[in-house]
Design a protein around this ligand. Structure first.
Ligand SMILES: [Zn+2]
Length: 84
């Protein structure tokens, strides 16, 4: 698992065919496929760069089981990209 902390890392994660992106948030955590439309660079810039991660962060995770078990609360699977 690797935290995504820069635009370059975001673009690299977003371009991946394999793996998952977990977005953590005060309101709950969500797991996505990298190419999901909800994994959006403007949201990343706001949450991670502008707000300095105060309300959440982005992580790249190789494996869905790891993604589900590494976070508390357990991430919800995105309704848009339906990771499996
Ligand atoms: Zn998604």
């Amino acid at each position: 698992m690797k935290q995504i902390t820069s635009v370059a890392e975001f673009k690299e994660a977003k371009a991946a065919w394999d793996g998952y992106i977990v977005i953590t948030d005060d309101t709950g955590n969500t797991v996505h496929r990298p190419r999901c439309a909800n994994v959006d660079i403007s949201n990343f810039r706001e949450k991670v760069l502008a707000n300095k991660g105060r309300h959440g962060a982005y992580y790249f995770v190789e494996d869905l089981v790891e993604a589900m078990e590494a976070f508390t609360p357990r991430p919800k699977k995105c309704d848009n990209c339906r990771p499996k």
